[in-house]
Design a protein around this ligand. Structure first.
Ligand code: WQD
Length: 325
């Protein structure tokens, strides 16, 4: 198929692009390179330097190469903390960008969209593990924008016949198993890349946000899922909506919880680096535990997290950081 990967030069987008190329699709990456990196572009994929806020650029991209069959939509701002102080930025890029993207998709007669959604749509968990029936009540503006995009997708499905898959990622981490992704995320705030920057000496110590949670070791528990597993889910989701003609919303997580200290100890062992740390106060808005039920993705898409054990998550991350620093 002819696939447009919007945001394909970013961290998750580059892995998704690799996956679609590996499966024999024709891929065009559309990215404004605001956080995406040129080194993440593959020779096998075409590249359009474009912005989702420029409607005419989207229309041109959707018509390129004989027209697109499907689109993967990953272009969004995703810094939770920033979204609470600069909501305007998130409104413009994430919401207005979506309106342009959907209008361009409708104008082009596009059939399928795979959307990069987030566990942030759920907010504070009412029960665990979180399944797709869990109430959606985002606690931050970023999560609100992801939930609104899901609603736009439902309406364009109903009114324009664009079928979609919303993939609600839990904590994405790790790097390509075969080490083919060269670009590292710049100024990361997420736990595993921050730990990796400490292991490389880019940072001096890890702050552990909160040690008095109601968990076995007092630190927060999260569901880390390998980015290559996420990438595979995009391809399976496209197969599913193509095969059934039905839209779908699923969680993607490993269904395993790991605490901050478990992640840190695993990283110390694998990297052989001391990775100094110090206790810091709780970070506002952090739930004690978050774990996914991914039963629906297993059942409908035939998806399975293959690389999402802590060992593989840290090994593949270290492989990427060690070879770049
Ligand atoms: C993980 C744990 C921190 C950094 C975020 C978004 C979520 C989704 C995934 C996109 C927490 C602790 C972290 C550090 C620490 N994003 N931590 N020291 O907040 O679970 O999820 O990314 O859709 O919406 O909120 O991920 O990696 O920031 O934190 O102690 O320097 O590590 O407190 O317990 P989070 P994270």
């Amino acid at each position: 198929m002819n696939i447009l990967v919007v945001g394909g030069a970013g961290y998750i987008g580059s892995h998704v692009t690799r996956e679609f190329l590996d499966r024999g699709h024709r891929v065009t990456v559309f990215d404004n390179l605001s956080s995406g990196l040129r080194e993440n572009l593959f020779s096998g994929a075409a590249f359009i330097h474009g912005d989702i806020l420029r409607y005419e650029q989207l229309v041109a991209a959707l018509g390129s190469g004989g027209g697109m069959d499907g689109l993967v939509y990953l272009a969004a701002f995703k810094a939770v903390g920033e979204s609470m102080v600069q909501p305007e930025k998130y409104s413009i890029n994430n919401i207005i960008g979506t309106v342009h993207l959907l209008n361009a998709a409708a104008a082009a007669g596009l059939k399928y969209i795979i959307f990069s959604s987030s566990a942030a749509v759920y907010g504070e968990p009412a029960y665990l593990p979180i399944d797709e029936k869990h109430p959606t009540n985002p606690e931050n503006y970023y999560g609100f924008t992801k939930l609104e995009i899901e609603k736009f997708l439902s309406w364009y499905d109903r009114l324009k016949g664009i079928r979609f898959a919303s993939l609600r990622y839990f904590n994405a981490a790790g790097y390509d198993i075969k080490g083919r992704i060269r670009g590292l995320e710049q100024n990361p705030a997420n736990l595993i890349p921050v730990i990796m920057e400490n292991a490389c000496g880019i940072r001096k110590e890890l702050q552990i946000f909160g040690g008095d949670y109601d968990t076995p070791d007092g630190t927060c528990i999260r569901d880390y899922v390998h980015v290559s597993d996420l990438a595979a889910a995009h391809a399976l989701a496209l197969d599913y909506i193509g095969r059934t003609g039905k839209s779908v919303t699923v969680n993607l997580g490993s269904e395993t919880g790991s605490s901050v200290l478990e992640v840190l100890e695993t990283a110390r062992r694998i990297t052989g680096k001391p990775i100094p740390s110090r206790p810091a106060g709780r970070r506002p808005g952090d739930p004690a535990r978050l774990t996914a039920s991914a039963a629906l993705a297993r059942e409908l898409l035939g998806w399975k997290a293959e690389y999402s054990d802590l060992e593989t998550l840290i090994k593949t991350s270290w492989n990427a950081y060690r070879s770049s620093n």
